[in-house]
Design a protein around this ligand. Sequence first.
Ligand SMILES: *Cc1c(COP(=O)(O)O)cnc(C)c1O
Length: 414
Amino acid sequence: MSVARDRAEVAGLDGALAVAASAGAPVRPEILLTPGPTTIPDAVLAAQAAAPRYHRGPEFQRLMADVLDGLQWMLETENEILLLTGSGTGALEAAIVNCFSPGDTLVVVDNGYFGDRVTRLARAFGLEVVPLAYEWGRLARADDVADLLAARGPVAGVCVQHSETSTGAVNDIEAIAAAIAAAPGRPLIMVDAVSSAGALPIRGDEWDLDLVCGGSQKALGAPPGAGFVAVSERAWAAHERATCQRFYWDFDAARSSAASGPETPWTPAVGVIAGLAKALELARAHGREAFYAAHRLNAAAVRAGVTALGLELFGEDPASAVAVTPVRMPDRIDADEVADHLRGRYGIVTAPGQGPLRGAILRLGHLWHVAAADVVTGLAALAAALEDLGRAPAGGDAVAAAVAVYRAAGAWPR
Ligand SMILES: *Cc1c(COP(=O)(O)O)cnc(C)c1O
């Protein structure tokens, strides 16, 4: 696509259409309604595109210091933050290998695909995983966590997804963390906040969270490539004893800094970190509440649109989903086929169902910087795609329903 677009710029618009058509590629950039990567603000793209700074020296150290400060602010914590080059899964792996040992018991709250992933990850390093499993789409309950921990006796840690991106379910971290904190042996509280950091309040210190893991490319609106972990004193103490094999992700290496400021032990993704620094600068200028409100508003507009179409939302409490809205497809229509058609014909990129939900649901992501216009275009395209596939939705006007939500919030036109 980029080749087609580059050539298009030389050839002018008519040429562009011809070139794109011959390459089978869309002329316009696709609209990402995916739960990460997401639409990136222009200022962040520009920051990322600047020539990379040398990663040893004051200029990069200032950038790092800004990012670490910004993340502490976003996660409402004084705990040390480690910035890692990698994705969210890298941050989760770093937390596991640094704070646990083979044979340790880790309870993993599992109500979706990402709970499964942490289970597999921890087992790969020899941890004993006790899943607290729910049917996908259901919310985890603090009482269940408390009961399990009381029955098992002391365990090393509990991991829970904040926003379970495969189903949109938002687990109540405040209540679950309180249950873990009151359990025998005070297990470490590990939170997968990859799709919630920026989308939902995370009161790291107030909730006494030990390991909060996130990534750059979701609700923070930065490019993919940086992960981070906030590490409590309790987690540092566990790190002293932890014997999992590690090298690249080692926390001691990651916290090392030059006398003049923080650095990374290995060459970092400098451009990504420059983008993340800009994204966090914008976040501070807008305030956390603006981020949360933007997520709630886009989610409400998407819900209004898809329900107006007569489609069903998936999960126990779809109204709580803020990063992504899971939509059931009508019987006998394959969600993947709808997704392919939306992308191929309309340039709208959505996310397929994962695991057992593959083919049954379509996930519409609406992270931070996704514009109302893109949401509305996506909903119009969804209605058209179903019609193209011979499954015209039974309901009414998705666009009007979504626009009404934006208008009621004073967010239309912008
Ligand atoms: C996206 C995501 C991850 C991991 O993502 P990466 O692709 O490795 O960045 C982990 N957990 C949740 C809840 C996610 O949404």
